[in-house]
Write a protein that binds this ligand. Structure first.
Ligand SMILES: Cc1cc2nc3c(=O)[nH]c(=O)nc-3n(C[C@H](O)[C@H](O)[C@H](O)COP(=O)(O)OP(=O)(O)OC[C@H]3O[C@@H](n4cnc5c(N)ncnc54)[C@H](O)[C@@H]3O)c2cc1C
Length: 319
């Protein structure tokens, strides 16, 4: 049987390696470890998105799947900082409230609150607060590391300089033959010249969290392994990965939005983290890919990886 060669060790590639080895597939993971969006210190797992309050297709299932995977890793002794206690979404006005009511299926788990609990420190001007019990946050880097270690896959810390469906050449010119899956995200797509949309976003790292449970509307504030984060993806989309820092005007925008959202905003910042999301990809025909997960990598990535192993890789590799 040919080995599986995964290029990229973010949430897509790490989850793919985890599910592939579980099925007995010989797996090699090539990861440059550069500019992974999955290194995000705290990512939301939330299926109800955007200004319209739409439910992401497959989002509820995806969230449940991700939480079950986190439980599986915990049971195996891995410590991945996360929480699954739900998410608050503040609703600005009646019009938005009516729109979200319309867009949220009745059987989707949710609760409308007059106001959030006091410890969330929301400003008083919010019209309502939507509580979504199926939601939470996860430390992206710890999640991926646990998946890679638990998989037992052979991990090669190099950049793949040539990627075709059945062969990868590494930067030291070693060639690996097998069935290749590209999971390279924004950085990998830029390196390989694959088209798509790249959106940079930054998180301010806070010494203390603004709220014990994640809050998300335009910006998001959530606990993290240490303290909390405050962030958003607001830079203009680009056609390449450009992971450099937080422009002053973006910092001001973020702080202004945070002040409008929260009553207390103690600026005990301990740093900033910037990453790039990749979406809307045009990928080469014939190459297997699990990438361009946009802002839903942790919501959908693990389930998509499991599905790809079961539906595509097992039949292909057992041929
Ligand atoms: C600010 C910000 C906030 C976010 N918030 C959330 C959130 O709340 N919830 C959520 O679900 N998602 C969120 N996301 C999106 C999420 O981070 C991404 O969807 C996800 O991490 C993408 O994972 P990936 O595995 O596809 O790619 P990546 O995580 O980018 O990983 C790709 C890996 O492949 C490696 N690589 C690339 N090319 C090569 C090569 N040629 N050879 C070897 N290795 C290579 C890279 O070095 C990298 O390690 C956020 C993103 C940002 C930037």
């Amino acid at each position: 049987m040919k080995p599986l060669i995964i290029v990229g060790g973010g949430i897509a590639g790490s989850a793919l390696a985890y599910f592939a080895t579980k099925e007995g597939l010989e797996t090699v993971l090539v990861d440059a470890g550069k500019h992974a969006a999955s290194d995000v210190p705290s990512a939301l797992i939330n299926a109800v998105r955007g200004q319209n309050g739409h439910v992401v297709e497959g989002g509820l299932e995806g969230a449940r799947f991700t939480f079950a995977l986190l439980d599986e890793l915990s049971a195996a002794g891995f410590e991945v900082p996360h929480s699954r206690a739900g998410i608050y979404r503040p609703v600005p006005d009646e019009k938005t409230f009516l729109k979200w009511m319309k867009n949220l299926p009745e059987n989707y788990p949710h609760e409308w609150l007059e106001q959030a609990p006091a410890e969330v420190h929301l400003q008083e001007h919010w019209y309502r607060v939507l509580y979504l019990p199926v939601g939470g946050w996860v430390d992206g880097q710890a999640f991926c590391a646990a998946l890679r270690i638990a998989s037992g896959a052979r991990v090669i810390r190099q950049t793949a300089v040539s990627i075709v469906p059945d062969r990868v050449v590494l930067q030291d010119q070693t060639a690996l033959e097998g069935t290749v899956v590209f999971c390279g995200g924004s950085y990998g797509a830029s390196q390989a010249g694959f088209a798509g949309t790249h959106r940079r976003g930054s998180l301010l790292l806070l010494q203390d969290t603004l709220s014990p449970l994640p809050v998300s509307f335009g910006i998001y504030a959530t606990p993290a392994r240490k303290g909390g984060v405050l962030g958003s993806t607001f830079e203009t989309p680009e056609d390449r990965c450009s992971p450099q820092g937080l422009p002053l005007k973006s910092l001001n925008w973020l702080l202004e939005k945070a002040r409008l959202t929260f009553r207390t905003l103690e600026p005990n910042f301990s740093g900033v983290w910037t990453g790039v999301r990749y979406s809307g990809a045009t990928l080469p025909e014939g190459l297997l890919t699990l990438t361009a997960l946009g802002s839903k990598g942790f919501l959908l990535g693990p389930k998509l990886a499991r599905d790809m192993v079961q539906q595509t890789l097992i039949p292909l590799l057992h041929q």
